[in-house]
Ligand binder design. Structure first.
Ligand code: SAM
Length: 331
């Protein structure tokens, strides 16, 4: 068995791995105001455990593993993990999602470990607003991190902006200009109702339709649709003619992209989550800390994936997902 296909004929090839649920930023749509992380070292998967689990997924046909968090660069000795992951046969793509606060001192080493591409969260180019959204983030450091990733020749570098009505929506155009100036891609994300913070953020929801109206107004005849094979998962992507920048939207609320969902998530504590909108999970930490052998754990994974739901129903599942914090799942 070297592939996992769920009951809806989706081929699971993508695992998102949260390496820590600690984050140095506290974006107000991502975690509740009073949310604290108390996770202890022994509760989170050790690197050897992550590598064993990822290796089993790779044997089951997973080729892409994204490192996320919390903030992945906060995990102590993260470069040891990236090196170990780079040695797993079958993995062809190991991107990283980061807030870039620490990226300037990591970019080059990450690149040398095969982390060729990076997604960077940046919701505003106005320092005070950035500080407010992230509850004390430092925009200058993030831009320094972005420039370090460019200098390390990571490619593509994708900027992720969560667009919120009345908070930062007026910056859509300036964010595109920033991306074009640096030759980066930009993705506009709708707020998702995960956790109380995400549910509250729905009040400021800015839809994909509204985002695209603004994009078309500015770049209409210069936008060239990328074919879906060139695009990354749920993002619908367009190249701006004459630039190296593509624009994409991720609209988990306006549109279901569930039919093409090829991903599952592993939390820092080792829970396998099959869908952001589903409460159920399976503890792979218990599995790797038990006497189960590799074949037994692979069978557990295959069985878990039979429970991957056909679609998320954020509105009706709100009770299921209100206790989850995005910072714990990794986006
Ligand atoms: N710290 C890393 C970062 O900043 O990218 C990785 C973790 S963060 C949880 C991953 C992504 O989830 C970020 O792009 C963030 O903006 C997004 N995110 C968090 N909460 C969200 C929400 N309620 N709706 C939409 N996107 C969200």
């Amino acid at each position: 068995m070297n592939q996992i296909i769920d009951p809806f004929n989706r081929h699971i090839t993508y695992l998102r791995v949260s390496v820590t649920d600690h984050c140095n930023y506290r974006c107000h749509y991502c975690r509740d105001e009073d949310h604290q992380t108390h996770t202890t070292r022994s509760e989170v998967l050790a690197f050897e455990e992550i590598v064993r689990i990822v290796g089993l997924f790779a044997e089951l046909g997973v080729t892409k593993v994204r490192l996320t968090g919390g903030e992945p660069l906060l995990r102590k000795d993260i470069l040891d993990l990236t090196k170990m992951l780079g040695d797993i046969p079958g993995l062809t793509d190991i991107p990283l999602s980061t807030n870039a606060h620490l990226l300037s001192s990591f970019a080059e080493k990450l690149k040398s470990h095969g982390i060729n591409r990076v997604n960077i969260s940046i919701d505003s180019l106005i320092p005070e607003r950035f500080k407010e959204i992230t509850r004390d983030g430092d925009l200058a450091r993030v831009i320094k991190g972005i420039d370090a990733a460019i200098a390390a020749e990571m490619n593509p570098i994708k900027l992720n902006m969560v667009v919120m009505k009345g908070v930062n929506d007026e910056e859509i155009e300036s964010m595109i200009d920033f991306a074009i100036d640096r030759g980066l891609d930009i993705r506009f994300i709708e707020t998702m109702p995960i956790g109380l913070a995400g549910i509250e953020a729905l009040d400021r929801h800015y839809s994909e339709k509204e985002i695209l109206e603004r994009v078309y107004k500015k770049y209409g005849n210069k936008l060239i649709a990328k074919d879906s094979k060139q695009t990354d998962g749920p993002a619908k992507s367009m190249l701006i003619e004459g630039t190296n920048t593509s624009i994409a939207t991720i609209s988990a609320v306006s549109n279901h992209f569930c039919a093409s969902c090829n991903r599952v998530r592993l939390t820092a504590k080792g829970d396998l989550i099959l869908c952001l909108g589903q409460k159920d999970s399976v503890s792979l930490r218990d599995a790797v800390r038990s006497k189960m052998n590799d074949e037994e754990i692979k069978n557990l994974i295959i069985k878990a994936i039979t429970k991957k739901p056909e679609k998320h129903f954020f509105s009706s599942d709100i009770d299921n997902i209100s206790n989850r914090q995005m910072v714990e799942i990794g986006g």
